[in-house]
Design a protein. Structure first.
Length: 361
């Protein structure tokens, strides 16, 4: 998501600015942040600290903060960090040029983290000439108990299908051959739109666009993975046989505490269906260790799930409490940090072994 948003930020500023790789040469420096885990926020704070001497040397440098940290903290961030001149969220990127102009005219810190941005046609400074990100929806309605995304990126909104198809057609005409469709939960695409559509039908329309050779998408929520989508992946020749399907835990008890909306058995059934219908399906996943109350038995279920599914790759995380999320209110005991570290290491070693077996390295 942030890579797409960074291209969008660069795009809306392309008439007045050009990108430089050197911080010291920048007139405007934008930090596009992530708040999914505490470590990401710590990295942002650390980066701000490293930029202080640069700001002191060049008082005219304008520093903007974008992304989920900006959306989450808004005015409080501006007050806490006087060196920050602009704060804007994921849905107000299109307003950046006017925010910048107001700051230059008034010298007053500009903050806009409103939740009213739409899917207007906007310029993109794409980093590739063959592969492009295309946003199909914003926000999330799932409210997994550990996740800050619905609070930081707002509730779920789907982009009209005609708008998406128009953008992809334009990209194809410009020579792009690979499209990655973006959404927090692409499987629920279409809810709230006046026209009757869903994600499989959107894929079919994009599959028909001449010039596009490969279609990818992220992210899919297991509870919304439908037979229709599996059939679309099997039948549409341009849709790549790869899927990121976050399991998070192999324990049904932990999945319930996480508010994931499915059981481990239901997840396995969908994996089996995918692999039976889509030959060569490559699967990746997110997994969290150390969720509050996770016992050794719960963890062993995740170990077993890893062996059961045999992912091509996993993204493994230690549980990170996020302010305002339901998980921070759980009365279940925190998992000992040493135990969390050991579980993390064991899962990573197990996955590395699986990866070597899959790719025969």
């Amino acid at each position: 998501m942030n890579k797409h948003d960074s291209e969008w930020i660069a795009g809306v500023l392309s008439d007045t600015h050009e990108v430089t790789e050197e911080h010291s040469q920048a007139d405007l420096l934008v930090i596009n942040t992530c708040a999914v885990r505490d470590k990401a926020e710590q990295k942002f704070s650390s980066l701000l600290g490293r930029l202080r001497p640069l700001k002191k040397q060049n008082q005219k440098m304008i520093i903007g903060v974008a992304g989920c940290v900006a959306q989450e903290h808004g005015e409080a961030l501006a007050k806490k960090e006087p060196m920050v001149d602009m704060v804007f969220g994921p849905r107000t990127i299109s307003k950046v040029p006017e925010m910048l102009l107001r700051f230059e005219q008034t010298g007053k810190t500009q903050v806009d983290v409103s939740d009213h941005g739409g899917f207007d046609d906007y310029p993109m400074a794409r980093q590739s000439s063959v592969s492009a990100w295309v946003s199909i929806m914003q926000g999330c309605d799932n409210f997994c108990s550990y996740c800050i995304v619905p609070y930081a990126r707002g509730r779920e909104r789907s982009r009209p299908a005609d708008s998406i198809v128009s953008e992809v057609s334009r990209l194809a005409a410009e020579g792009f051959v690979e499209i990655t469709l973006l959404g927090q939960n692409v499987n629920s695409y279409g809810k709230g739109l006046p026209e009757e559509t869903d994600f499989p039908r959107l894929l079919a329309r994009i599959n028909a666009i001449e010039g596009i050779r490969r279609i990818r998408f992220v992210t899919s929520h297991p509870k919304d993975l439908s037979r229709g989508l599996v059939d679309a992946m099997a039948d549409l020749e341009k849709v790549c046989p790869s899927l990121h399907l976050p399991l998070q835990s192999g324990s049904g008890r932990i999945l319930k505490l996480m508010n994931r909306g499915y059981t481990a058995e239901e997840y396995f059934e969908k994996v089996d269906l995918l692999r039976s219908r889509v030959p060569g399906m490559a699967l990746t996943s997110d997994i969290i260790v150390g969720f509050p109350g996770e016992t050794e038995e719960d963890f062993q279920m995740t170990v077993d799930a890893l062996e059961r599914v045999r992912y091509d790759n996993i993204f493994l995380f230690k549980y990170s409490p996020r302010p305002g999320t339901a998980a921070t209110k759980l009365t279940d005991p925190e998992v000992d940090k040493v135990a969390v570290g050991e579980r993390f290491t064991q899962l990573m070693e197990n996955q590395n072994a699986i990866g070597r077996q899959i790719y025969e390295v």
